[in-house]
Design a protein around this ligand. Structure first.
Ligand code: ZN
Length: 352
């Protein structure tokens, strides 16, 4: 029997969209092995995918051009328009219900984790630990009533923005090459949201946030700074990636970066071609570890949300990535940190 793969806690996946908002003809179950997308339970078990952040992403309404969706976004400084609160709330309730249903149907194989102890227990007992994450605060009203309701339903991680502006913050556009310093800082409601997330123990995710917003969170938040699925701007100059100065701030807060596997965020030329080697992921992990320390870098796949290197393919390919990290000189202790221990530390430091 093969060795058990190294368990991976992962910073970001979009499997809820892939299962509950599939395009026609691409519908699939989380519990059946598929060739579609990147993640399902059989492939998770095969690759050692032990848990991670399951994103609730509000898909563009039908009347919005699909320019921004998928893995080959428009190369533009223009941002998608804001969403209607009622539409976003209906979508968020539906996808949150999807994760609750997925847990119930898993017959004990998947658990929505709400505490660091629960995540640690899942890792120990080989149960997939799922964290309910919102990628964009569009479903949250400025009075934050919905935040408390979704917290009660399990919400433990919140990215203030995907890309479009909302009541709290503004995201980065999909222009390449470009700095993340685009657009305004957090709104007053956004500043309030930082403090309420801190007091509830909801992790704030800074991936997609513009740079002025990032520095506001860095100043206001009392939790470690986290970017769940971003890479190094020095190696791939997309506004979705983190500048050296941002990386240093993440280190100084004892925070964490989950390296994104999306090829356009890995490549120097920003191309979205699957003809990209998984060693590009290793390059970003190495760069971040060398600059700010191996305790501040982890994985944030973007499975089912972006095109990933062809030689990695999907969640079942994670042992290949762990192998490549080992070949690049990361020893067993470092591999444990990168694959799961760093995320465990962040959850313990952030959640109540
Ligand atoms: Zn994303």
């Amino acid at each position: 029997m093969a060795d058990k793969p190294m368990p991976v806690i992962d910073g970001h996946n979009d499997v809820l969209l892939s299962v509950y908002r599939a395009e026609e003809g691409k519908a699939r179950s989380f519990f059946t092995r598929s060739e579609e997308g990147h993640l399902d339970l059989p492939r998770a078990l095969e690759g050692g995918f032990a848990g991670g952040f399951f994103a609730v992403f509000i898909a563009p309404p039908p009347d919005e051009a699909k320019t921004y969706a998928g893995s080959g976004p428009a190369n533009s400084l223009e941002l998608p328009p804001p969403l209607d609160l009622g539409y976003a709330q209906r979508e968020a309730i539906s996808l949150t219900a999807g994760l609750l249903r997925l847990e119930a149907e898993s017959l004990g194989q998947v658990k929505i984790v709400r505490t660091a102890d629960e995540m640690d227990a899942c890792l120990r007992d080989n149960i997939l630990g799922a964290i309910l994450h919102f990628e964009g605060a569009e479903p949250i009203d400025p009075g934050l009533d919905a935040l408390h309701v979704f917290y009660a339903a399990g919400l433990r991680s919140l990215g203030f923005v995907w890309s479009r502006p909302n009541a709290f913050a503004t995201g980065v556009p999909f222009a390449f090459p470009h700095s993340p310093d685009t657009g305004p800082r957090l709104t007053d409601a956004g500043r309030e949201l930082v403090s309420v997330c801190n007091s509830l123990g909801i992790m704030i995710d800074n991936s997609h946030l513009n740079e002025k917003g990032f520095w506001d969170v860095a100043t206001l938040s009392d939790a470690p700074l986290v970017a769940t699925h971003s890479c190094a701007h020095a190696l791939s100059p997309t506004p979705r990636n983190l500048t050296d100065k941002q990386l240093d701030a993440i280190r100084d807060s004892n925070g964490l970066v989950g390296v994104n596997f999306g090829v356009g965020f890995l490549r120097e030329d920003g191309d979205w071609t699957a003809e990209t080697s998984l060693t590009r992921i290793v390059d970003h992990v190495r760069y971040i570890a060398d600059r700010i320390g191996v305790e501040h870098v982890a994985l944030g796949s973007d499975f089912d949300g972006a095109r990933v290197p062809g030689d990695l393919k999907d969640a079942a390919g994670l042992p290949k990535l762990v192998g490549a990290l080992g070949e690049a000189g990361f020893d067993d202790a470092a591999l444990r940190q990168i694959t799961h221990e760093n995320w465990q530390r962040i959850l313990r430091a952030t959640w109540k």
